[in-house]
Design a protein. Structure first.
Lengths: 165, 162
């Protein structure tokens, strides 16, 4: 019962901890921009805190570098349950154009489980606010997987790779 | 001093609220904003130019018999717009869609399948149908934003003769 109460109270006031894992500072500026009075994420009870032990949400920016990956792992373990991880920016979502570099893990989801992805390079402050709204259940998801063809549906065309194999 | 305070109070009262009402009201991004790409499957000819220029290498082409399968894995898209610039048929366009937050990365995929002919000599796919229909809709070569001539290393014959 206590656990249910905790889960119910969880989205009322999210305290966020901002972890820069090798970002170029673009996404970090947008996150700070969201907390200013113009976009005002504090009206949803969102507050930036200085320690992961006080936080409910970890905002990961940057395509996690090799040096910072163990620190991110420890930071995730230090955050009390229940917790959310949001990957902000294309780097944290999939590694951007450094996805196969030797010193980049290529995305936050390679190191910690990620709940929400906010692609963009950097994402607009509105996009981050929208992600918060989706996480709090105030707005529906707008994107979906697209599968498009320029020929009508018919039986599967014979594959040449399958024949040779 | 009192005058300054009065002026300040006037400014405060004339602008009572600066905060955007964003998540409750829609917000239109400014002109020239590059959001998520959209691919028109009817215009696409499967040339692969977008896959060549993409800096994140997120566009993949697979030739599978008569069908070319294209995958746009937009989770690591930089929104540079080079694919839209290079597309000869203007099939790829940058939309203003920025609300792409999701809890599943597969929501960001665009998967496209084109029916193409198979070359008898090399066995690769190429676009066959509708070429004659497409010719009048194409723009002139002069109107396009070419950086330079198509083959700068090939000298014209006259200059070589001199």
């Amino acid at each position: 019962m206590f656990r249910k109460l905790c889960l119910k109270a969880f989205p009322k006031a999210l305290w966020v901890y901002h972890a820069n894992c090798g970002a170029c500072n673009g996404c970090d500026i947008e996150i700070i921009n969201v907390l200013t009075p113009y976009y005002d994420a504090e009206r949803f009870g969102i507050k930036l805190v200085g320690s992961p032990r006080h936080a409910d949400v970890i905002l990961v920016t940057g395509g996690v570098t090799r040096q910072v990956a163990p620190a991110l792992r420890r930071l995730y373990e230090a955050t009390p349950d229940p917790k959310l991880v949001m990957a902000i920016g294309s780097c944290a979502c999939g590694g951007d154009m450094w996805f196969d570099s030797y010193n980049i893990w290529g995305g936050a989801d390679k190191v910690v489980p990620v709940d929400y992805y906010v692609p963009g390079c950097p994402p607009r402050p509105e996009a981050i606010l929208y992600a918060v709204a989706v996480a709090l259940g105030m707005a529906p998801k707008k994107v979906g997987k697209k599968v498009q063809r320029d020929f009508p549906e018919f039986e599967e065309p014979e594959s040449k790779f399958m024949k040779s194999a | 001093m009192f005058k300054g305070k009065a002026k300040e109070a006037l400014i405060c009262f004339s602008n009572p609220r600066v905060t955007l009402k964003y998540p409750f009201e829609p917000q239109e991004p400014p002109d020239g904003f590059r959001g998520r790409i959209s691919v028109d499957v009817e215009k696409c000819i499967g040339c692969g130019g977008c896959a060549n220029v993409c800096p994140s290498r997120l566009i993949r082409f697979y030739d599978d018999g008569d069908v070319t399968r294209m995958e746009f894995i937009l989770d690591r898209c930089t929104y540079c717009g080079r694919c839209a610039d290079v597309c000869p048929e203007d099939a790829i366009t940058m939309t203003k869609e920025f609300e792409t937050a999701t809890d599943d990365l597969e929501d960001l995929y665009i998967i496209q399948e084109l029916y193409m002919g198979t070359c008898n000599r090399c066995g690769r796919c190429f676009e066959t149908d509708n070429w004659i229909d497409k010719i009048p809709t194409r723009r002139n070569r002069e109107g396009r934003n070419f950086v330079g001539p198509a083959m700068p290393h090939v000298q014209p014959i006259k200059e070589v003769a001199k």
